[in-house]
Design a protein around this ligand. Structure first.
Ligand SMILES: [Ca+2]
Ligand SMILES: [Ca+2]
Ligand SMILES: [Ca+2]
Ligand SMILES: [Ca+2]
Length: 335
């Protein structure tokens, strides 16, 4: 399922989210190039996890009859036209690949780029243990080491002509002054997996982009409401007390203490604008009890029962859900 949170026709203030639970061409991506029939499929990201999260897999090898470095690849794109002029823009993607870093100079491994034909671009090449950012061949190329064997979350934030920031697993790894505003002038986002010399498999968990949500707003997709679409992301960034939820989770951190916890859930409930009711969120059920009204005699027994039940549920659900927090080099890893 694609979460097309708002229609593509809507202008600023929206997010496009591909959760990788269907093939890209079924999720509004344009197929740019499929070379030599690579294996492409959707499956559980990690069968060992209880979380039913799906990923898009790309397994690529060398092409029979074609000399390297021109192996299999599958490439997809979308226009970013609806975000032209957006001066608080982000793209975030979670991906794991086993590609050797020797593939990177040849365009192999996982790749994702944002750019236009007027010289502004952000091209990321990603291997098992290294990622590279090339903004322009005349500028320094940035390399970052990655912990192999786990997915990593990359996030690019663009603030007009003033600032770009590249995060890996919530930590800033590069930032500076852009060559110009982006998205601008026929902007696109494009991504792929490719085998230049060696076979490799890339696993995409999601690719999201759009307007950066206002901090503490609860409104992930910046469409001026707080509804089930926003809840989907609130839940993803809920890591509990004293865990920095990272730049993508700032929208859900109502009390600005970097975490997304049950205090923030209370504020999310107050911000909820989609009738009739917000979804259940068992992690915070203890905190959800409304102030007790003064009971009429005939209702007292019912209310006592409700409170007891609430307490029991609170105990039963108090354990936070198991989550894998993706971290750079595994530091601060939390299961
Ligand atoms: Ca996914
Ligand atoms: Ca919203
Ligand atoms: Ca807190
Ligand atoms: Ca917080």
């Amino acid at each position: 399922m694609v979460i097309g949170l708002v229609s593509a026709a809507q202008a600023l203030g929206s997010v496009f989210s591909y959760e990788c639970d269907s093939a890209p061409e079924d999720a509004d991506w344009t197929v740019v190039q499929i070379v030599c029939q690579p294996d492409l499929w959707v499956d559980l990201c990690d069968p060992d996890l209880s979380v039913h999260n799906r990923c898009f897999f790309q397994h690529v090898e060398l092409c029979e009859g074609y000399p390297p470095p021109g192996g299999q690849q599958a490439t997809y794109m979308r226009t970013l036209d609806e975000f032209i002029g957006e001066d608080q823009f982000f793209a975030e993607w979670a991906v794991e690949t086993d590609a050797d870093r020797s593939e990177i100079p040849w365009g192999g491994g996982a790749g994702l780029g944002l750019g236009n034909n007027y010289g502004i671009g952000y091209t990321f090449d990603i291997a098992r243990d290294q990622a590279k950012l090339n903004r322009d061949n005349s500028l320094p190329i940035i390399f970052v080491d990655l912990e192999p064997g786990v997915p990593h979350t990359h996030r690019l934030e663009l603030y007009g002509a003033d600032l770009y920031v590249w995060y890996v697993d919530g930590e800033i790894v590069d930032q500076g002054v852009p060559e110009g505003e982006f998205p601008s002038f026929d902007p696109i986002i494009i991504w792929r997996a490719k085998a230049a010399w060696l076979p490799n498999t890339t696993v995409w968990d999601y690719i999201r982009y759009g307007t950066i949500a206002a901090d503490g707003s609860g409104d992930y997709d910046s469409d001026q409401d707080v509804d089930s679409d926003d809840f989907y992301f609130f839940e993803q960034y809920f890591f509990g007390p004293d865990v920095d939820a990272g730049p993508g989770g700032r929208f859900a951190d109502f009390d600005f203490d970097t975490d997304v916890d049950c205090d923030d859930w209370q504020q999310f409930l107050l911000a909820w604008s989609d009738p009739p009711d917000p979804p259940d969120f068992p992690q915070c059920v203890e905190d959800e009890e409304p102030p007790a009204p003064i009971p009429a005699v005939s209702q007292a027994g019912v209310i006592v029962m409700t409170l007891l039940l609430g307490t029991a549920l609170g105990v039963a659900f108090k354990q936070p859900r198991v989550r894998h927090r993706r971290t750079l080099n595994g530091q601060g890893k939390m299961d």
